[in-house]
Design a binder for this molecule. Structure first.
Ligand code: ATP
Length: 438
């Protein structure tokens, strides 16, 4: 966003008027199907139950289902058509979430927690929005919701931002911030939490240009992960088939990462058409039309959305960067973060705590800290200090040693190659800023 002339930033509210969430469809549709095990009381999201059941058990349940339904050719052909889809996990999910087949399939499955068969309740809809109250009275008239996504704050502020920034189509509004979802099962560390960080960008375009911009952002967003060092072979698109599109979407794709527990979405890219703006117009009674000066007409732009999880993609970067290797018979743990992502860019280490080295090192630290996040460490042998920085992904270690006292240069050690070069103290800042912007 910072480097693009046609993208503006926004920090919209977490609590908005409840009508915003009626207009967006969240009050009615933002639900997950939920089931309980009557025996052990475990709770599952119906559409992800399959993730917790192994392939053998899934196959057995489908065989039993077929056997029970063998006289009903219509339903058998429906099952076959669902099972002919390309992705086995998705096929199973589609069977489970089908009203007719799901109920029968559930009866053939064992609870992953207690192992009992045919103990699931039927599926119920569960709204994921957290509720709270405005003011002192906790009645239905004062209910508000913690935002489940940052996007709606962008939509309702679209014309405010556009007129204040004097942007023309196409342009985007980006926002990073907390989102809250009352997830049925949180799991896999940062992958699914109830409070998480999103980074979304809504790009407003002329309706006729929607396909062009959808394709543009699809490529740009995948490149963003690649350019920040994420392994290409662990990234893929998952295009949504037409029958699985969300109610607001004309076209959609996910960018997925191959997590240790399997492929998972990091970011969703959607062509949301003018669905959201027209709904907010309808519910607020206020026009959200953009005046196109060239065409001399007013219309609702289409929106291409890039919606990424900051915490979820951070986890992917963390997993991707983690490596263990053997160096001179010892194990070295390294976080190979792209320097732009490394939380600490350089560590400053006096070789020994005497002969004026700490004083020089402190001076260097003071000078660099204004522009770069640095860390000062004088505890223990220098080799151990290098290892500590490797483990947290610091790309550069600057060591003040005996030669520094003679020629005012320091050793700059690069994390991945462990190569060392000498750089003059006067040129350190420029040297590091150049490396960090490469
Ligand atoms: P999922 O299918 O995993 O529940 P979603 O399709 O509902 O995700 P979106 O509504 O498209 O997710 O949200 C955009 C992004 O926000 C996701 O790609 C993901 O990175 C992140 N995200 C969504 N839910 C969570 C969560 N509970 N915890 C952490 N990140 C999340």
């Amino acid at each position: 966003m910072t480097y693009r002339e046609n993208v503006e930033g926004l920090d919209a509210s977490i609590l908005m008027h409840p009508r915003v969430w009626e207009a967006s469809g969240h009050v009615e549709n933002f639900t997950d199907p939920m089931i309980d095990c009557k025996q052990c009381k475990s709770r599952y999201r119906l559409d992800v139950l399959g993730d917790q059941i192994n392939e053998k058990k899934k196959k057995k349940a489908i065989e039993a289902l077929r056997e029970n339904l063998k006289d009903n050719s219509e339903i058998i052909s429906k099952i076959d058509s669902i099972l002919s889809g390309p992705d086995e996990n998705e096929n199973f999910e589609s069977l489970l979430t089908d009203d007719e087949i799901g109920r029968l399939l559930l009866a053939e499955l064992n609870c992953p927690q207690c192992g009992n068969k045919n103990t699931f309740t039927s599926a119920r809809k569960f709204n994921l929005m957290f509720k709270t109250f405005i003011g002192p009275v906790e009645d239905s008239g004062s209910v508000v919701y913690l935002r489940p996504e940052t996007a709606q704050g962008i939509f309702v502020n679209f014309l405010n931002v556009q007129s204040a920034s004097r942007q023309k189509l196409p342009f985007g509004i980006a926002q990073i911030g907390k989102a809250f979802r009352n997830e049925i099962n949180t799991k896999n560390f940062l992958f699914r939490t109830r409070e998480f960080e999103q980074m979304e960008m809504q790009f407003f375009v002329k309706p006729a240009d929607d396909k062009k911009w959808f394709d543009y952002w699809k490529t740009e967003r995948l490149n963003w992960y690649k350019n920040l060092g994420m392994s290409e072979e662990k990234l893929r698109y998952h295009d949504h088939p037409e029958n699985k599109l969300a109610h607001y979407a004309k076209e959609a794709t996910d960018i997925e990462y191959d997590f240790p527990f399997g492929w998972g979405e990091m970011e969703g890219i959607h062509n949301r058409t003018n669905f959201d703006l027209s709904k907010h117009e309808e519910y607020s009674g206020k026009s959200l039309k953009f005046f196109d000066e060239e065409a001399k007409e007013k219309y609702l732009p289409f929106i291409i959305e890039t919606s990424a999880g900051a915490s979820r993609s951070f986890m992917a970067f963390l997993i991707d960067a983690y490596s263990e290797e053997e160096v001179k018979g010892e194990q070295r743990v390294v976080l190979r973060f792209h320097p732009k992502l490394a939380p600490i860019k350089a560590a400053i280490l006096p070789l020994v705590n005497k002969d004026g080295m700490p004083e020089i090192a402190r001076e260097i630290e003071k000078g660099l800290r204004r522009n770069i996040k640095v860390f000062y460490d004088d505890k223990g042998a220098v080799g151990r200090r290098y290892r500590r920085q490797d483990e947290i992904g610091t790309p550069f270690c600057l060591t003040v040693d005996t030669q520094t006292l003679e020629d005012k240069t320091v050793t700059v050690r690069e994390r991945d190659s462990m190569e060392q070069v000498r750089v003059s103290i006067d040129e350190l800042s420029e040297h590091l800023l150049k490396k960090l912007s490469d």
